[in-house]
Design a protein around this ligand. Structure first.
Ligand SMILES: C[S@@+](CC[C@H](N)C(=O)[O-])C[C@H]1O[C@@H](n2cnc3c(N)ncnc32)[C@H](O)[C@@H]1O
Ligand SMILES: Nc1nc2[nH]cc(C(=O)O)c2c(=O)[nH]1
Ligand code: SF4
Ligand SMILES: [Mg+2]
Length: 235
């Protein structure tokens, strides 16, 4: 069985959420069941890029991860696209036997048995600004499938007040899950430079409208990789 892989890159640092700053190799799966208006990874979503997605066996991916990390066990982050469309169990088994640990980023629309083998499942339900509608039954199935995982966290992208109000409802629905918020990045063209002050302004708005208004639950973080490299791919 081959997997459709848009890119494998690293080691870099995890730029988002609970594992921010951690040395990581990314395996980006091709294909997504969502079409978020502001997706920053369309090269792994839009079928116009399909020809760039490489069919790879789990052992080929594993060899590339080991090559990039020079055989030093680290965290491998499965992202995409939606990695939950595909079967990553064989890759996770190979990697774990070698001492590597696995994290996965998914929107929570498709559950997989291999969620239970992860050290970290990042569930990132999509707010109103994305134009997508969350199927909460499917989302709950993802949470259940990951009961054996090391950690499960929520990470929500915030563009505006409506997203923030929505995130607050989601937080109330899942009081036991740690919550990470990150400002949405409206500029996703890899060639367009990112303005650091604009990133800081969006972060300030988010802090003022959460912690600054007495909502003390969420962790507020920037996309660290965007701060460092802008919208470049493969970093
Ligand atoms: C590209 S997605 C791939 C994994 C999965 N499809 C998902 O959405 O969780 C990885 C992360 O990037 C976030 N993201 C995508 N576009 C973004 C943007 N323009 N600004 C901020 N975060 C973004 C997603 O919400 C998700 O948390
Ligand atoms: N450095 C870095 N951190 C990330 N965190 C989540 C990413 C993703 O696109 O899934 C990502 C990414 O593409 N690069
Ligand atoms: S779910 Fe993730 S990969 Fe899919 S379109 Fe939305 S942000 Fe992009
Ligand atoms: Mg990204």
């Amino acid at each position: 069985m081959t997997l459709r892989i848009a890119e494998i890159f690293g080691p870099t640092i995890q730029g988002e959420g609970a594992l921010i700053g951690e040395p990581t190799v990314f395996v980006r799966a091709g294909g997504c069941d969502y079409r978020c208006h502001w997706c920053d990874s369309l090269h792994a979503v839009d079928s116009s890029h399909r020809h760039e997605w490489r069919p790879m066996e789990a052992r080929e991916i594993w060899a590339e991860v080991r090559r990039l990390s020079a055989g030093q066990p680290l965290t491998v982050s499965l992202s995409g696209g939606n990695p939950a469309i595909q079967d990553f169990a064989p890759l996770i088994a190979l990697g774990r036997a070698g001492g590597y640990r696995f994290a996965c980023e998914t929107q929570g629309s498709i559950a997989q048995p291999w969620f239970g083998d992860l050290a970290m499942l990042v569930l990132s339900p999509k707010p109103p600004s994305s134009g997508q509608v969350v199927d909460w039954d499917a989302f709950d199935r993802c949470l259940s499938a990951a009961e054996g995982a090391g950690r499960r966290v929520l990470k929500i992208v915030i563009f505006d007040q409506a997203d923030l109000d929505w995130a607050r409802e989601v937080a109330a629905r899942y009081p036991d899950l740690p919550l990470y918020l990150q400002p949405g990045n409206p500029e996703t063209d890899p060639e367009t430079p990112v303005e650091p002050q604009a990133l800081a302004d969006r972060l300030l708005w988010l802090v003022e409208n959460t912690v600054g208004r007495g909502w003390l639950k969420p962790h507020i973080l920037p996309q660290l990789h965007v701060l460092i490299w802008g919208n470049r791919r493969g970093v």
